[in-house]
Design a binder for this molecule. Structure first.
Ligand SMILES: Nc1ncnc2c1ncn2[C@@H]1O[C@H](COP(=O)(O)OP(=O)(O)O)[C@@H](O)[C@H]1O
Ligand SMILES: [Mg+2]
Length: 270
């Protein structure tokens, strides 16, 4: 059997999600197909030379263990460690700058700037969102009126500025490599992480796939987060390409089994 080092933080406290539940479930399923060992990224170095594959999962925001993460990334490159997700993504794993780029090249993302001098590039509106480029879990995200925005010092270029979208709901598309697996949505805007199964149209899957194709990660699990506007348009909120939470325990049995089976196949190939 292939040996897998499964990196997670079982004790990470995330709003509305139990990371440990998901990782206990997944590793319970993997154990019949791989020799699996679980650890926090902080302890990875002692084991990483002895496994066939490292799976990077629900570790939480890497800012909380930045030095450990940077050293790990360095070793992945230097020692050519076999890792899933591949650390070659251009999206969230590198911070939120990619939203500026995708906006510039005309992809359907929430219009995004990082400098108040560019306000004319955003649609006319009077409510805005600012969020740190290296943020996660809504840390540092604020809703501002135009007046508040104009007063705010944002000259350091560390924040993104977007119109506040009054969306109908948020939805997420989950992929293994470039294969669409399932979609979920948050019917209640106040409860971002109480998700239900969503049946996307072919066109909606195509929307999500566009970002997966752009990112071009060969091995890994990605989550495309989008919002559905009042005009029924889909806009990208975030492309989570490092360690997306999967809400796997909220799925129906068939979808979940199918996902796990596909994951086992792809981990075997990786
Ligand atoms: N431009 C926006 N307009 C309205 N709501 C937003 C906007 N950007 C983010 N949000 C809300 O904040 C949440 C977190 O934002 P997101 O960009 O996903 O950052 P994080 O990396 O913190 O998850 C989103 O799920 C959404 O509910
Ligand atoms: Mg998010």
């Amino acid at each position: 059997m292939k040996k897998i080092l499964y990196l997670t933080n079982l004790y990470y406290v995330a709003k509305g999600r139990n990371y440990y539940d998901e990782d206990l479930y997944i590793t319970e399923k993997l154990k019949d197909h791989f020799d699996v060992v679980l650890c926090h990224p902080q302890n990875a170095e002692a084991f990483e030379d002895y496994v066939d594959l490292i799976v990077f999962r629900n570790t939480g925001g890497v800012n909380s263990f930045k030095e450990v993460y940077d050293n790990f990334k360095q070793r992945v490159t230097n020692k050519k460690l076999n890792i899933f997700n591949d650390f070659v993504g251009k999206a969230d794993m590198c911070g939120k700058d990619y939203l500026l780029e995708l906006d510039k090249i005309g992809y359907p993302v929430i219009p995004t700037i990082d400098n108040k001098n560019d306000l004319q590039l955003l649609p006319n509106c009077d409510k805005f969102v600012i969020k740190p480029k290296d943020g996660c879990d809504s840390i540092g995200l604020e809703f501002l009126t135009k007046e508040e925005l104009l007063k705010r010092d944002l000259d350091d270029g560390l924040m993104l500025i977007q119109p506040a979208i009054d969306f109908k709901y948020e939805l997420s598309f989950y992929f293994i490599n470039d294969q669409f697996q399932y979609a979920m949505y948050a019917p209640n805007k106040e409860e971002r992480w109480r998700l239900e199964k969503y049946e996307p149209t072919a066109k909606e899957i195509e929307f999500a796939k566009k970002f997966i194709n752009w990112n071009d990660i060969k091995k890994g699990i990605q989550r495309v987060d989008a919002c559905k506007t009042k005009e029924d348009e889909l806009l990208l909120v975030e492309l989570e390409d490092l360690n997306p939470y999967l809400s796997i325990l909220e799925l129906d049995d068939d979808t979940r089994d199918n996902f796990i089976n596909n994951l086992i196949v792809q981990l075997n190939k990786a």
